[in-house]
Design a protein around this ligand. Structure first.
Ligand SMILES: Nc1ncnc2c1ncn2[C@@H]1O[C@H](COP(=O)(O)OP(=O)(O)O)[C@@H](O)[C@H]1O
Ligand SMILES: [Mg+2]
Length: 633
């Protein structure tokens, strides 16, 4: 099944935040260390808005007290005063521009710092979540927190917030000054406001609907492209190119149609707005002139008012533009905080792995992770400590488990595995084999029964220590970007190069690695795509070898590999298994034949157990499987 990808994933467009204030408070909380910077930015915003209002208001003073008197009779003092006031006006506008520049720059700084902290928290929490969380949330859903949601939040913090506050302050300042200048002209302004809101509601509402459709169509188109890129081989094999092209054209046409609609509406909004503003400007000029002729207003007041009018419609458009961005950014922030608030994987285990020998990690001056030198440190209620050797003895006692309540997957599993023993599970797909191994490392907690590790209930063991004592090799190996050496070292970060090479030899991986272009230093890209599946599997086994844990789990590690490579892997596994507790799940019965104990699993219960010979003699399910009378599905 193809993995859902980030691009494929679409949050409902235009989703509104549910708790605006707590979310805003939370964002502010991230800025708590920068309170001074924040106050400074606010002060700069106030200065920049004030400069625009004062600059416009000064016009009245300049015209009424200097220009008009100067026009009537020239006077030296008046001219000096006029030059002085022009100079002050220039300074005010310069200060305003400097303040605008400052707050935009500082807001950028503040938003990057805040986003850094949020991303850090997000990743931190993600690493602390249980596997159960990842079962419930898709890859795309999580990725979109890091891409879309963080991005809209960054856009809001670095741009929208400051713009919004500046525009609101400007609007408030302009409107108050207008009221002081002339209530008659302000009435005109209020009428214009109503008209603007009416148009925005009519056109904006329709446009939002089409934008939503455009986003959906774009999401579908992107999803389709991605699916086809992923499945290019399948498309070619089944000659579906024509078909894919037809489907693509249809989606492309849909997108074209809805985006034309969306943009028609958004494009006509701006001209309508500017026409309203122009008509209003003309009406204000006419009414202002009439009022001036009748001596109700001075000429300076009318001109200053006209300047303020220009400053009035601009912030309204700006606020309405920022509003939607801010709402969707807050909805994204809410999703981010929801993940940050998820309860982390619980770990009440107090028993840890330890070693009393300080030289534990060095053998012949070489660093390894030899867990056989470790023991369990058990703290007691009275404050004393006891130590218990780590041997790798695993016991299941009547274990019941289901991923969902009321849907049991394992029903009464009991088994024992001691050091040096190889336990194999066979059974159809979905029988519960992988589930058993998921319980040993506590990816999930059991509903009933007990699992003991060296006689200790695993719930009492700290998860880190428990997982440190286990290695798993899975069917699909995950390799990280880095060299082959780094990838093997992932099993034990403190391992020296020598220890890594030793582990690779043990896992039978050394020969092929040496044949790679740069040997151990070969870079692996995109999940080791430049290696064959068998080679990737060998690296995974070497990774387990370097970890050198007392318990090893192989879950269908050789299922999708040819028999020749399988023989190689088997050989590698054999030397690795010496003196360890090994759980092995395999589809090919040849792999499990030499296990000490074979468990046949069916629908969550063990229906047969014993060695190969015993089970053949029994002539039960295993016998049927082995002789080919019954096939595994
Ligand atoms: N993460 C999960 N969430 C819910 N159900 C699951 C999950 N993993 C496995 N299952 C279900 O549990 C059952 C056993 O699965 P699994 O142990 O993977 O089988 P096997 O490894 O034997 O093929 C299956 O019915 C499967 O659908
Ligand atoms: Mg499985």
């Amino acid at each position: 099944m193809p993995k859902p990808k980030a691009m494929n994933f679409q949050h409902p467009i235009g989703e509104k935040p549910k708790n605006i204030w707590p979310t805003i408070r939370r964002i502010f909380f991230y800025m708590r260390e920068d309170t001074f910077l924040f106050c400074f930015i606010f002060a700069a915003i106030v200065c920049s808005s004030a400069a625009q209002v004062i600059g416009a208001a000064l016009l009245q003073y300049i015209i009424d007290d200097f220009i008009l008197p100067l026009a009537q009779n020239y006077n030296e003092d008046l001219q000096q005063g006029f030059i002085k006031i022009l100079f002050y006006m220039g300074i005010i506008y310069c200060l305003g521009a400097a303040a605008s520049y400052t707050y935009m720059r500082l807001m950028l700084l503040l938003s990057t710092k805040t986003l850094y902290k949020i991303r850090q928290d997000l990743f931190h929490k993600m690493e602390a979540l249980s596997i159960h969380y990842f079962d419930q949330h898709t890859h795309g859903e999580l990725m979109s927190l890091y891409t879309n949601d963080t991005d809209t939040l960054r856009e809001m913090l670095s741009n929208s917030v400051a713009n919004f506050v500046a525009a609101s302050l400007l609007l408030l300042g302009v409107f108050s000054t207008m009221l002081v200048f002339s209530w008659q002209l302000t009435v005109l302004v209020i009428l214009q406001l109503f008209l603007i809101f009416y148009c925005m509601k009519k056109i904006g509402g329709k446009s939002r609907l089409y934008f939503k459709q455009q986003q959906n169509a774009l999401g579908q188109l992107n999803g389709f492209i991605e699916e086809i890129i992923d499945g290019q081989k399948v498309v070619k094999v089944f000659c579906h190119e024509e078909h894919a092209l037809t489907d693509f054209s249809k989606l492309n046409e849909d997108l074209c149609r809805v985006s034309t609609n969306a943009n028609i509406f958004s494009n006509i909004l701006m001209p309508i707005m500017s026409n309203i503003a122009n008509i209003h400007y003309a009406l204000t000029t006419i009414l202002g002139s009439i009022l001036a002729i009748y001596g109700i207003l001075s000429v300076g007041t009318v001109i200053a008012f006209l300047q303020l009018t220009r400053n009035f419609s601009m912030p309204i458009t700006r606020i309405s533009q920022q509003f939607n961005t801010m709402l969707s950014a807050l909805a994204g922030a809410e999703r981010i905080f929801r993940l940050i608030d998820e309860p982390p994987e619980e770990d009440q285990g107090s028993i840890t792995l330890t070693t009393s020998d300080d030289k534990r990690n060095t053998i012949n001056g070489d660093t390894t992770c030899d867990l056989s030198l470790f023991s369990w440190k058990i703290p007691h209620k009275d404050g004393t400590l006891t130590y218990h050797p780590l041997t790798g003895h695993i016991e299941f006692k009547n274990v019941f488990f289901g991923y969902k309540t009321n849907q049991p997957v394992l029903k009464g599993i009991s088994l024992q595995a001691v050091r040096g023993q190889k336990i194999a599970f066979v059974g159809s797909t979905g029988a519960g084999k992988t589930t058993i191994t998921n319980l040993i490392n506590r990816f999930y907690d059991i509903a009933e029964g007990t699992i003991l590790y060296d006689g200790i209930p695993i719930k009492k063991i700290s998860k880190t220590s428990l997982r440190q004592s286990l290695s798993m090799v899975l069917q699909d190996t995950h390799l990280f970007t880095g060299t082959v050496m780094d990838n093997i070292r992932y099993g034990c970060l403190s391992a020296s190069d020598k220890a890594v090479i030793h582990a690779a030899k043990l896992a039978n991986a050394d020969t092929f690695i040496r044949h790679l272009p740069q040997g151990y230093e070969t870079d692996l890209t995109a999940d080791g795509i430049n290696l064959s599946q068998g080679q990737r599997q060998l690296i995974a086994i070497a990774r387990a070898a370097v970890a050198n844990t007392p318990v090893l789990i192989f879950d269908e590690a050789t299922s999708s590999i040819d028999t020749r490579t399988e023989a190689l892997i088997d050989e590698g596994m054999k030397s690795l298994m010496q003196g360890k507790t090994v759980f092995i799940i395999a589809h090919r019965l040849s792999t499990v034949k030499n296990a000490d104990m074979i468990m046949v699993l069916e629908q969550g219960t063990i229906i047969e157990r014993g060695s190969h010979d015993e089970l053949i003699e029994k002539k039960g399910k295993y016998y049927q499987l082995y002789t080919g009378m019954f096939e595994l599905s």
